[in-house]
Write a new protein. Structure first.
Length: 120
């Protein structure tokens, strides 16, 4: 919320990414930015990589957006990263000009199903 209050909406995603990384590191979190995610076909690495916006403490993927509305393709991008890495938690944050929006997801370790976390 601090990042959105300071910058508001309208900046490029990379500005929010850099600010969020800085603030999280100030709180003692280990944050990696633009983490390469290679793609494999069986044991062969393909000449295609994805890049995850932020990975926090090696176990939470944070996918950032700076768009008007979050839609299914944005969610699927995060879900694919969670499935490819087998990481359990993911968060989608949108720094929209209309306000800050976020969704948390958890991948079941046994079934692999990804469900939206309902925050109380």
């Amino acid at each position: 919320m601090r990042v959105h209050r300071k910058f508001r909406g309208g900046l490029l995603e990379s500005a929010y990414e850099a600010a969020l990384k800085y603030l999280l590191e100030q709180k003692g979190f280990n944050v990696e930015r633009q983490v390469y995610l290679p793609i494999y076909w069986d044991d062969v690495r393909l000449d295609q990589d994805y890049r995850m916006d932020l990975v926090i403490n090696g176990n939470i993927i944070v996918e950032l957006k700076a768009v008007k509305y979050i839609d299914t393709p944005h969610r699927r991008q995060l879900w694919n990263y969670m499935n490819l890495t087998h990481l359990q938690y993911g968060m989608l944050i949108n720094f929209s000009p209309d306000g800050l929006y976020s969704e948390w997801y958890c991948r079941d370790e046994i079934t692999g199903e990804i469900d939206k976390v309902k925050l109380l």
